[in-house]
Ligand binder design. Structure first.
Ligand code: KIV
Length: 275
């Protein structure tokens, strides 16, 4: 059955956990969808794991639409959330509505996600008023990496923790149907999760959140540039891929591949007739 915003609402009410994973292409989205995840996030982390940038700052609307539409074609049951890239919503409420609309119309998203708390509530209100569901994202928000001075856990002092709690309240009030809590202390995530009526989706925010999200290359051991503490490797697919690539090279070099079973036949008679 297709997961919708109602699935998220019911999960919060019933205390059942929500699962979200990132995907950026059709084939991976299909595999993740078939596994039964509630939601697929086309994260702007594609800047890191798909495009090789050192951060998410350079990701464009065109990147998100291109990858989002591919994921949407592969996701039958998962709710597809597409990230709004850096500067596609911070600039004005007008830009936010236009760009959220493009992610829905051209990217075929079921919802959009944007980073920030109190300072983006006008954008969240306007996008939801336009009939577009919004997931908020607070705490360690990667688009603000230059302002943070690196990938640092947020909300560790009283002032910083209060700001994140205020952000959580503000995005719920503005109409977000879920909020991603990234890179914040477990007890703060627990407090926010208890207080909010919308589900919290944690990444580096403890098992007390209503759901979890991970970047699929991180959890499959396919991305080695940077591995945050909150990542658990559920498999080592990167090693399996490298071994398979090496075997392919060996077999092509030795002539073992392609073998007869990988080739198409034609009768000798036809070949002999060729001039
Ligand atoms: O871009 C992304 O993948 C994200 C998740 C890490 C939550 O925003």
């Amino acid at each position: 059955m297709k997961n919708t915003v109602l699935t998220f609402k019911q999960a919060k009410e019933n205390g059942t956990k929500l699962t979200m994973l990132t995907a950026y292409d059709y084939s991976t989205a299909k595999l993740i969808d078939e596994a039964g995840v509630n939601s697929i996030l086309v994260g702007d982390s594609l800047g890191n794991v798909m495009l090789g940038y050192e951060d998410t700052v350079s990701v464009t609307m065109e990147d998100m639409i291109h990858h989002g539409a591919a994921v949407a074609r592969g996701a039958k049951n998962a709710l597809v959330v597409i990230d709004m890239p850096f500067m596609s919503y911070q600039t004005s409420v007008y830009d936010a509505i236009v760009n959220a609309g493009r992610l829905m119309k051209e990217g075929r998203a079921n919802a959009v996600k944007l980073e920030g708390g109190v300072e983006v509530t006008e954008q969240i209100k306007a996008i939801t008023a336009a009939g577009i569901p919004v997931v908020a994202h607070i705490g360690l928000t990667p688009q603000s990496i230059n302002a943070f001075g690196g990938h640092k856990v947020q909300g560790k002092t009283e002032k910083a923790a209060q700001k994140i709690l205020d952000d959580a309240r503000a995005v719920e009030q503005a109409g977000a149907f879920a909020v991603v809590l990234e890179g914040i202390p477990a007890k703060l995530a627990s407090l926010i999760t208890k207080e909010l009526l919308i589900p919290t989706i944690g990444i580096g925010a403890s098992a007390d959140c209503d759901g979890q999200v991970l970047v699929y290359q991180d959890m499959l051991g396919m991305y080695s540039d940077f591995t945050p503490k909150f990542v658990k490797k559920f498999a080592n697919i990167g090693e399996v891929m490298t071994a398979a690539f090496r075997q392919y090279i060996e077999e092509v070099n030795s002539g073992a591949f392609p073998s007869e079973e990988n080739c198409y036949a034609i009768s000798d008679e036809i070949i002999e007739k060729l001039k």
